[in-house]
Design a protein around this ligand. Structure first.
Ligand code: LIP
Length: 257
């Protein structure tokens, strides 16, 4: 992959993030509901997405873009950019400062490049396949934790009912060995796993744009990424588990046990 793609993704995420920060500080955004009452979209999401798309199409007009705030159908292209212009919308609306712009570039069903940017902390996570993962220019790696007991695990609550029921069962099993957190931004949860702060994270039924950017960041930092049952990760199914290798097997067992 040419370095240009990652560079354009970084420029686009900084621009989108600037728009989110402005709306967050000025509190002048409008909010509307998408599916359930806590699945929201704001004017900040829409403006951030428009800006990101204009930057990416300006540089790479031949690469299709799948954005969260787009049509209901999600086409499966051989190569595409996936854009989540505001990952963690409910956090944003409630002024909980844990949200990000998330951009992923995938080709032949493989993650090639990812950028996750939190405009409040100015944390810029990025990776491209084979080159390692970085936070603000510094190489990052997963934690050295070797036991699920006492580790920091994060789970997400899906909007969809089947995944939610499965999550409740998983929580009952894993809470026997350690405490859990729910932070509300899949891309940042993957990035914090890459950073070695979170030891393991899983969630069901996410959309491709929630995960497309964070997966390669987690993998390049050394995380094992799969489905929560240990099967192959599928971007279009959206069931994910990312963990440091030292606890991966034990965590799959704990979740499914
Ligand atoms: C959200 C996620 C969050 C997850 C929600 C949702 P949005 O993305 O990142 O962690 O639990 O299901 O998908 O809607 O704020 O871009």
């Amino acid at each position: 992959m040419s370095f240009d793609i990652l560079e354009a993704m970084i420029i686009a995420s900084l621009s989108g993030g600037g728009i989110l920060k402005k709306y967050f500080e000025e509190e002048n955004f409008s909010v509307s509901r998408k599916s359930v009452s806590y699945d929201l979209v704001t004017s900040a999401d829409r403006e951030s997405q428009e800006k990101i798309i204009s930057i990416l199409t300006g540089r790479f007009p031949h690469i299709p873009i799948i954005g969260e705030e787009g049509s209901k159908e999600i086409p499966h292209y051989r190569e595409a950019f996936y854009v989540d212009p505001l990952d963690g919308t409910l956090n944003f609306v409630h002024k909980f400062p844990f949200f990000a712009v998330s951009l992923g570039y995938w080709k032949d069903d493989e993650p090639i490049a990812g950028v996750v940017y939190n405009p409040l902390t100015k944390d810029l996570f990025y990776a491209q396949r084979g080159d390692g993962a970085f936070l603000n220019g510094e190489r990052i790696r997963v934690s050295a934790t070797t036991s699920v007991e006492g580790s920091l695990l994060v789970v997400g609550f899906p909007y969809q009912e089947e995944g939610l029921l499965k999550t409740v069962e998983d929580i009952k099993s894993t809470m026997k060995v350690t405490d859990l957190r729910v932070l509300g931004s899949a891309s940042l949860e993957l990035s914090y796993t890459a950073l070695g702060i979170i030891d393991g994270y899983w969630e069901y039924a996410l959309s491709p744009w929630d995960l497309a950017g964070g997966v390669v960041i987690a993998q390049e930092a050394g995380a094992v990424v799969s489905a929560p049952d240990g099967g192959k990760f599928d971007l279009f199914k959206g069931d994910i588990l990312a963990a440091t290798p030292g606890i991966y097997r034990e965590l799959v067992k704990a979740i499914n046990g």
